[in-house]
Design a binder for this molecule. Structure first.
Ligand SMILES: Nc1ncnc2c1ncn2[C@@H]1O[C@H](COP(=O)(O)OP(=O)(O)OP(=O)(O)O)[C@@H](O)[C@H]1O
Ligand SMILES: [Mg+2]
Length: 311
């Protein structure tokens, strides 16, 4: 059974400017037991989608089922199966780290024994054991964020919503969160993740959806997404070429220490060979998710501008 099945989902906030839809006829299916990445620019509609899926906000139109249950008519059933870290949320101030996590598990109906042992596990996974008896009010921003993630990953929820769980975390803490998410996946749980770190989205997600202005723009495995761009290879070269020469291989532009060229696989290989012959420094490989994002979303922004200028 699908973890999430959204059909023609639309959301218009009260007092939104005429025609502004936070979600616009969004149809999306999230398969179970994997990490699903939701990416898009600021204001694209990611948090709105999560709030609706997590039963915190009603859709204006369309429907959404979570693990086979309709969020509107079976809200209680849905809530039993999910756990959510909202964007910019913080745990209660007056508790200690250990209490905040354990209390959350007990409130969800977990036995005291299990709540205790799962709390210890998740504290260790997220390197919070040393901070276990410290008051939340005396934590740094990143430490608080990790406690929120621990509160949710410690549960036995089948579907976990993580809205930018690693924003503001240091590179080591980020990787600890990745490890805890992977562990949840090994337990057969589904995670819906939003992030602006596209390396993170690509590393963790088995499928991704790119949304822009509330609409689905691209969907698929990271490999599928690469196949959807015009130039699936990137080459960086330093020196020995003029930009005009490079343009015969693909789309080229100057970057900090040389040039960046997007090209077909054949042209990218030809360019790399030519660069080696000339003794230039060269690196080449498939495009990453950030390249795809910039190409696809960038093209849409340009189209919108042209439309606005023409209209
Ligand atoms: N409570 C609200 N009331 C009115 N409009 C809202 C509200 N929350 C969000 N919006 C609008 O809905 C759109 C989608 O917002 P949303 O928070 O879903 O974006 P997002 O993709 O999560 O962005 P970010 O990456 O910045 O978190 C935006 O245009 C935003 O201005
Ligand atoms: Mg958001």
């Amino acid at each position: 059974m699908d973890a999430i099945r959204a059909t023609h989902l639309t959301r218009v906030y009260p007092h939104a400017p005429a025609g502004a839809r936070a979600l616009d006829d969004l149809t999306l299916t999230v398969p179970p037991g994997r990490v699903y990445g939701l990416i898009g620019r600021n204001g694209a509609g990611k948090t709105t989608f999560i709030r609706i899926a997590a039963t915190q906000l009603e859709p204006t139109d369309g429907r959404i089922e979570i693990l086979g249950h309709d969020v509107m008519t079976e809200t209680g059933r849905v809530r039993e199966r999910i756990a959510c870290v909202p964007q910019e949320s913080r745990p209660l101030y007056f508790l200690t780290v250990e209490e905040a996590i354990r209390l959350n598990l007990s409130l969800r109906g977990m036995s005291r024994r299990l709540a205790r042992s799962r709390t210890q596990d998740v504290l260790a996974e997220l390197s919070l054991t040393e901070l276990a008896s410290r008051s939340i009010s005396r934590l740094s921003g990143g430490q608080r964020r990790r406690v929120m993630v621990a509160m949710v990953l410690g549960t036995e929820a089948d579907l976990i919503f993580l809205d930018e769980p690693t924003t503001g975390l240091d590179p080591i803490a980020r990787r600890e969160v990745w490890g805890a998410i992977r562990k949840a996946t090994r337990e057969g749980r589904t995670t819906l993740l939003t992030t602006h770190y596209l390396d993170e989205a690509e590393t963790l997600s088995s499928r991704l959806a790119l949304i822009e202005r509330g609409r689905l723009v691209l969907e698929g495995t990271p490999q599928d997404l690469r196949g959807r761009v015009q130039s699936p290879y990137r080459v960086t070269v330093e020196g020995s070429f003029t930009i005009e020469e490079l343009r015969s291989f693909g789309s080229a532009r100057a970057v900090d220490h040389g040039f960046l060229v997007f090209a077909s696989e054949g042209s990218a290989r030809a360019l790399a060979q030519e660069a080696l012959q000339r003794g230039a420094r060269v690196a080449f490989g498939p495009v990453d998710l950030e390249d795809i994002f910039l190409e696809v979303v960038g093209r849409r922004i340009e189209d919108d501008r042209e439309e606005a200028a023409a209209g």
